[in-house]
Design a protein around this ligand. Structure first.
Ligand code: G3H
Ligand code: 13P
Ligand code: ZN
Length: 336
């Protein structure tokens, strides 16, 4: 199927009352794992690339792999999304490349680390929306700031420092016209989100409920939504890894979010854990092997298993056949 505008996908998800997983990719095996999972579960899917992913892969390689996926899986609606665009220029280049959706993360300054002012966030987001919507491309903004990731994109800290203010969320959506809004509810990127099973004092699903009450027609986005399953951590450690114990976001909490307007659920870390565990296992159990396929195949299968589980849990499974892709031209007309 041609690439689908993310707005269309999230509108459909809202109609059906489900969430859509947005999975990060850096290479061919990750894209294949997602597309096989989407096929097995008949799911629409958002495939997203961070700035780091675009740099790592040289984004034209990545883009053409995604076009191959769209060609090879004609029955799967697939949106192509820039994750955490740090500036207007980053989003513009993603749109020029052919992405059907961008996130402008103006909650941080262009360095991807320093929490920004509300005014800065509104301005850079509004400018990106104007440029993107003229071209039919969807836009996700963020209000409040996630924790985690000191060396990549993120403000660091626990995730509780810059929670979303519902009043600001309403003003932000009115002033920018974003298609989707990422909210900060206490999650952070990476494998160390919470030291114990999170309860409402650190994982504020009630904040999603409040924002959803005030903005019932805005698609909400949960970042930092990996569950960090203990069994994936244990496989890594069993085969020589050194991951400290930690909790992620339990799937049932994500489902509570989905019941209150969350339509896009970002997952990267769980897939990284699955891949790493599978590769470590081969290295330890079969040290004589040196063909990359011997460890990339089980890595790809391990990621597929995680993605399938999330697709079923988020409710997107079974919805691949619900609609045909709108063109970007149709979306441009819609925004006008
Ligand atoms: O935003 C966080 C995602 O996990 C992407 O991470 O910037 O290391 O590619 P990355
Ligand atoms: P995780 O680190 O929890 O997988 O979050 C990914 C994410 O939010 C990407 O934008
Ligand atoms: Zn994120």
């Amino acid at each position: 199927m041609p690439l689908v505008p993310m707005r269309q996908m999230l509108d459909e998800a809202a109609r059906g009352g489900y969430g859509v997983g947005a999975f990060n990719v850096n290479n061919m095996e990750q894209i294949q794992a997602i597309m096989e999972a989407a096929t097995a579960t008949k799911s629409p899917v958002i495939v997203q690339a961070s700035r780091g992913a675009r740099k790592y892969s040289n984004d034209r390689f990545l883009y053409h792999l995604m076009l191959a996926a769209a060609e090879l899986y004609p029955d799967i609606p697939m949106a192509l999304h820039q994750d955490h665009g740090n500036s207007f220029e980053t989003c513009k280049s993603a749109i020029e490349l052919g992405f059907t959706s961008v996130m402008i993360d103006g909650s941080l300054e262009a360095d991807g680390k320093t929490p920004s002012s509300f005014e800065y966030n509104v301005e850079v987001t509004r400018r990106t929306v104007e440029y993107a919507h003229e071209r039919g491309v969807s836009v996700e903004g963020e209000i409040g700031t996630l924790g985690g990731i000191e060396d990549g994109h993120g403000a660091g800290g626990t995730g509780l420092e810059h929670l979303t203010d519902p009043d600001q969320a309403v003003e932000f959506v009115e002033k920018t016209g974003v298609d989707a809004l990422a909210v900060a509810i206490g999650t952070s990127h990476g494998a160390y989100k919470f030291s114990v099973k999170p309860t409402e004092d650190v994982l504020k699903i009630s904040l999603i409920e409040e924002v959803n009450r005030r903005l019932p027609n805005t698609h909400l986005v949960m970042h930092g939504s990996s569950s960090v399953p203990q069994e994936l951590r244990e496989i890594i450690n069993q085969y020589g890894g050194k991951l400290k114990p930690a909790w992620g976001v339990p799937v049932e909490e994500i489902q509570r979010g989905i019941a209150h307007g969350v339509r896009k659920v970002n997952v990267d870390t769980d897939n990284r854990l699955a891949i790493t565990g599978a590769i470590r296992k081969v290295f330890v159990e079969s040290p004589e092997k040196f063909d990359p396929r011997d460890y990339l195949k089980p890595a790809r299968a391990a990621m597929q298993e995680v993605v399938e589980k999330r697709m079923k849990a988020f409710g997107q499974a079974g919805h691949a056949g619900d609609y045909a892709a709108k063109s970007l031209e149709e979306m441009t007309a819609y925004y006008k």
